[in-house]
Every structure is written in structure tokens, then in C-alpha cells.
Write a protein that binds this ligand. Structure first.
Ligand code: CUA
Length: 228
């Protein structure tokens, strides 16, 4: 989870989020190079008085400064497209989780396992345990197996919500009347926090998501305990 004064992305907990961070750094590097170059050129143009009175136009330099930025943009566009299609790829998921946005809480259904379903409410500050995270912890966590392909189906019952977990690189809108799909793989155990990120009404800020990533055998135990 993110802690105080963290301006960076959270540590990734999935291969796709790792790739997203790599792409972010790559794009930022290109951005810095462009900013430095343009900044230098502007600075030099402001602070010198040289004028070339014989040049009125030059097609060669026009060609260069049109095509060169286009080539630089390709270095962002191609990795971006690669990631876009990679994020959409579904690889035989072993668990399907359905999450439904409500005003203002999430409810979950494990359709593969005798249709376990529960609601997940934020724990109010006055009921928070001493080690709890304010506005971020919930009463019923989403338990999911680590190192497994997981499919998420997101929808909503009233208005548009968004199921967003920064550490996993997941952000899917839950739209009434539609069923959106995404998938991810969690590569370490732990708690992963997320929040709704579609302005959905008065208590939009108070419908967090907590994923409890556990080893597969723990997950099977949890599932069978909930089935009985
Ligand atoms: Cu649900 Cu914002």
C-alpha cells in the first residue's frame, strides 16, 4: 500500500504492474530528454542576438524537425501498444471473481465455488483496530490465491464505480448493465489495498478494496470453510 509522502508508484505485486512501471520510467526518461533539449534551445534563443539575414526558409530543417519528433513518439507508442494488448490477454484463469459496485460498498461473488457471496464495507474510523488503516480497511476481505491467473468480472448495481488496485495494475470500471473483464496474477502474499476511482457520489471515498493474497492451499481451505 501507499504510505505518507510517497510520490512514486507502489511496489508491483503482479508482472503486468511491473511492466507498467518499466513503461512509466521509459516514457519519463524520453520526456526528460525532450524537456532538457527544448529548454536549452529556448534558453539559448532568448539570450543571444544572432540573426541570419540570408535564410528566409529551409525545407531541410523543416523535414528534420517534423520527422524526428514523430520517430521519438514511436518509441513511446510501440511499447504502449504492446502493454495495452498484454493487459487484455486472458490466460486460462483458475479463479473467477465477480465484484459488484454499490453506493457505497463492494460486493463479491465467487461463481466457481458454490457461488460464495459477501459484502465488503469500509471499517469506520471509530471501530478501527489499532493496527488498522483508516479509510482503507474493510470488514470482509477478498481472499485470492497467489501465483494463479485470476479473472475479475466487474459490474455495478446503481452508478458507475471503478475497481482499482494500484499494486496489481488493475483499474476496471463497474458500469450498470455491463460486465467488464480483466485478469491478473499476484506474485506475492500480502494485503493489497485499493479504492473506487470513479466519482460515484457522496461516499465515493469510503468504498475501499482489500485483497488478501494467500498461498493456494490456504485459499482452498478458506473456500471450503465458507462452503460448509
Ligand atoms: Cu464507487 Cu467511487
Amino acid at each position: 500500500m501507499s504510505t505518507w509522502a510517497n510520490l512514486n508508484l507502489q511496489d508491483s505485486a503482479s508482472p503486468l504492474m511491473e511492466q507498467l512501471i518499466f513503461f512509466h520510467d521509459h516514457a519519463l526518461l524520453i520526456l526528460v530528454m525532450i524537456t532538457v533539449l527544448v529548454g536549452y534551445l529556448m534558453f539559448m534563443l532568448f539570450f543571444n542576438n544572432y540573426v541570419n539575414r540570408s535564410i528566409l526558409h529551409c525545407q531541410l530543417i523543416e523535414m528534420i524537425w517534423t520527422i524526428l519528433p514523430a520517430i521519438i513518439l514511436l518509441f513511446i507508442a510501440l511499447p504502449s501498444l504492446r502493454l495495452l494488448y498484454l493487459l487484455d490477454e486472458i490466460n486460462e484463469p483458475s479463479v473467477t471473481l465477480k465484484s459488484i459496485g454499490h453506493q457505497w460498498y463492494w460486493s463479491y461473488e465467487y461463481s466457481d465455488f458454490n457461488n460464495i457471496e459477501f459484502e465488503s464495507y469500509m471499517i469506520p474510523t471509530n471501530e478501527l483496530a489499532t493496527d488498522g488503516f483508516r479509510l482503507l480497511d474493510v470488514d470482509n476481505r477478498v481472499v485470492l490465491p497467489m501465483n494463479s491467473q485470476i479473472r475479475i468480472l466487474v459490474t455495478a448495481a446503481d452508478v458507475i464505480h471503478s475497481w482499482t488496485i494500484p499494486a496489481l495494475g488493475v483499474k476496471v470500471d463497474g458500469t450498470p448493465g455491463r460486465l467488464n473483464q480483466t485478469n491478473f496474477l499476484i506474485n506475492r502474499p500480502g494485503l493489497f489495498y485499493g479504492q473506487c476511482s470513479e466519482i460515484c457520489g457522496a461516499n465515493h471515498s469510503f468504498m475501499p478494496i482489500v485483497i488478501e493474497s494467500v498461498p493456494v492451499n490456504y485459499f482452498i481451505k478458506w473456500i471450503s470453510n465458507n462452503n460448509s
